[in-house]
Ligand binder design. Structure first.
Ligand code: DAO
Length: 182
């Protein structure tokens, strides 16, 4: 049963960041308040010589109400006592892009096909999440494999976010697609 308490959310056990490294295509997204990344979202995680995880991400955004572009984003990750729970500092290549500090939790992954990310930005007084976002990642730009879908659906349910995701298309528009990463 789901009590929807942020403190009780189960994350990936024995998370291995080296196996997690590499490119992930967002195929589903639950948006936060003040949505930023729209579609064509691709994230690449790396582990530095210091053992620290960093990421670059691209995604189509609309800023200043009507200016559509490909945002190039950077993130650095601070570890916590739980290996799958990170604090992420993020910023954009350009100053007018969003920046901030978010939780970055890996809920589940098989490292080779799918990963489920979750971030709660604001915990409500009752312990549930007031403002969250979550990305469903695939190693394949074409989407999740059929056999991974039941697992992903179960995890969405456990996050109390079932039915709140939208599909994230990869169209290659705005120099932001799977074929235009740099
Ligand atoms: O899209 O509304 C939103 C929230 C996303 C903010 C985070 C973007 C930057 C991420 C850097 C790399 C990790 C995936």
């Amino acid at each position: 049963a789901q009590d929807c308490q942020v403190a009780n959310i189960q994350v990936m056990q024995n998370f291995n960041k080296t196996m997690y490294a590499g490119t992930w295509y967002a195929v589903g997204k639950k948006d936060p308040d003040g949505l930023f990344l729209l579609d064509n979202i691709v994230a690449t995680f790396s582990i530095g010589e210091d053992g620290k995880m960093t990421a670059t991400a691209k995604g189509r955004v609309i800023i200043l109400d009507n200016w559509e572009m490909c945002a190039e984003m950077f993130g650095t990750f601070e570890e916590t006592p739980e290996p799958a729970k990170f604090k992420m500092k993020y910023w954009g290549a350009a100053s007018y892009l969003q920046s901030g500090n978010d939780n970055h939790w890996v809920i589940d992954t098989d490292y080779d096909n799918y990963a489920i990310h979750y971030s709660c930005r604001v915990v409500d007084t009752d312990g549930t999440c007031l403002d969250s976002y979550s990305l469903i990642f695939s190693r394949h730009p074409t989407g999740l494999r059929a056999e991974d879908q039941p697992t992903v659906t179960q995890k969405k349910l456990e996050l109390c976010l079932l039915g709140k995701y939208r599909r994230v298309p990869h169209t290659g528009d705005f120099s932001c697609g799977a074929n235009s990463r740099s």
